[in-house]
Design a protein around this ligand. Structure first.
Ligand code: UDP
Length: 444
């Protein structure tokens, strides 16, 4: 069978779906080569079935430590264009030369493979790892900026953005890391899909139908909704941090649907004041909670040093704190009744796929768009307000886990899980898209 070259973007929320897609395509008989940056390189030991090839990414220690994701991605795209072509011609094409490269699948933010693919006449697919609604929101940012309407005045921040219901101006996905111009350069490049055979989206029709029709008008190439990718195979973990499985033993001891699982993903950080409000809101809810606190995710501390001592005494055995959890397993555990999430797209999809209702507290960019869809369109969760205060947190936890006014959300979450299960079973939309994709690649 032919070779496929996959190029993930070097962040956890992008590596996971790309490697899950690779696992699925490998199960269909393709051999998979992952070309990746040295920065945040995925662990090859978890995926002995793939060939991993690192390429020089041009990143320096100061760029990486700046945490400026826009600058990091632009540096990678500028540096990797030539090294990728070199890697294709000197390594990948020469290994098993009887097998040809059927196509290259690259993350939408890793657009550097397009040039080499054009020179060498290899087909490409673009993988989008967030909700399709984001594409519309980003396109709107481009349009508003061209009309001089971005940055927008504070006075309109809570107004709805025309034709983007339920997004308000303050929900528009604008990067916190760099100037709007740099951000837009990246978005415009990632939106250029003309040279691709199709766009692959980690979503499913039953979630994103209304955005999908509009996105299809923008992009003249076919769109395949092949998500949720984490459910289409049992892919091994692709965590960059070590998963602490001891939390599963703790979950085993908790009552069904009693626990709130709390995680803000792999990039978001919070300050000391927010930490204290979160901690006391959770403690005062009297519900057990499993809290992922990533090292370095609390500004000014290495890990949990800034958690108030009285808080740690007050919660005792009722909480469990880990540095990184096996999240898919956690969300599928019967003891978990709700997920406090930053609404990164993988977390959102993982929660929806298990029928777990959400408390949403987005930190930046796409997360705000997802939050609005979870709370206002699909109505599968609650959005915390801007004040971020312990009383509101306590009320939200009680509502989502126990109160009768949260019952409708809990029922809808269960219904949506069933719809997603249907989309993945024989004859469902995801099932059909995946089959079409495999047939298309086999025909190249
Ligand atoms: N994740 C995990 N363990 C954790 C926290 C997160 O395995 O303790 C995984 C989670 O399952 C998801 C990914 O990390 O697949 C985070 O991606 P997401 O898009 O939700 O957010 P991001 O990290 O990109 O902000």
């Amino acid at each position: 069978m032919n070779k496929l070259v996959l190029v993930p973007c070097p962040y956890q929320g992008h590596i996971n779906p790309m490697l899950q897609l690779g696992t699925f395509l490998h199960s269909k008989g393709f051999s998979i080569t992952i070309v990746h940056t040295q920065f945040n390189s995925p662990s090859s030991s978890n995926h002995p079935e793939f060939t991993f090839i690192p390429i020089p990414d041009g990143l320096t220690a100061p760029i990486v430590s700046s945490g400026n994701i826009i600058a990091i991605l632009q540096t990678i795209n500028a540096s990797c264009e030539a090294s990728f072509e070199h890697c294709l011609t000197t390594q990948i094409m020469k290994q098993d030369p009887e097998k040809k490269i059927a196509c290259i699948i690259y993350d939408e933010f890793m657009y550097f493979p397009a040039a080499a693919a054009t020179h060498l006449n290899i087909r490409t697919f673009i993988l989008r790892t967030t909700a399709t609604a984001n594409f519309l929101a980003r396109s709107t940012v481009i349009e508003l900026h061209s009309k001089g309407l971005i940055p927008f005045p504070e006075s309109v921040s809570s107004d709805p953005v025309p034709q983007l219901h339920p997004i308000r101006f303050k929900d528009l996905p604008i990067s916190p890391w760099d100037t709007i111009e740099k951000f837009l350069e990246l978005i415009v490049s990632s939106h250029d899909v003309r040279r691709s055979s199709a766009i692959l989206c980690n979503t499913t029709v039953c979630l994103d139908q209304s955005s999908l029709a509009r996105v299809q008008q923008h992009c003249r190439v076919p769109i395949f909704c092949i998500g949720p990718l984490h459910k289409i195979t049992t892919a091994a973990s692709s965590s960059l941090l070590e998963e602490d499985a001891s939390c599963i033993e703790w979950l085993d001891k908790q009552a069904p649907k009693s626990v709130i699982y709390v995680s803000l993903g792999s990039v978001a950080c919070i300050g000391e004041k927010e930490l204290a409000e979160m901690a006391w809101g959770l403690a005062n809810s009297k519900h057990p909670f499993l809290w992922v606190i990533r090292p370095g995710s609390i500004t000014g501390s290495d890990w949990i040093e800034l958690l108030p001592r009285e808080f740690r005494e007050a919660i005792g055995e009722r909480s469990f704190i880990v540095k990184w959890a096996p999240q898919r397993e956690v969300l599928a555990h019967g003891a978990v009744g709700a997920f406090w999430t930053h609404c990164g797209w993988n977390s959102t999809l993982e929660s929806i796929s298990e029928g777990v209702p959400m408390i949403c507290k987005p930190c930046f960019s796409d997360q705000k768009v997802h939050t609005r869809h979870v709370s206002q369109v699909w109505k599968l969760g609650l959005e915390l307000g801007d004040e971020f205060e312990r009383g509101e947190i306590e009320r939200a936890v009680r509502k989502i886990l126990e109160n009768s006014d949260g019952e409708e959300i809990r029922v809808r979450a269960k219904d949506m899980k069933e719809k997603i299960d249907v989309s993945m079973s024989k004859g469902g939309s995801t099932y059909n898209f995946l089959n079409e994709l495999v047939e298309l690649i086999m025909g190249f």
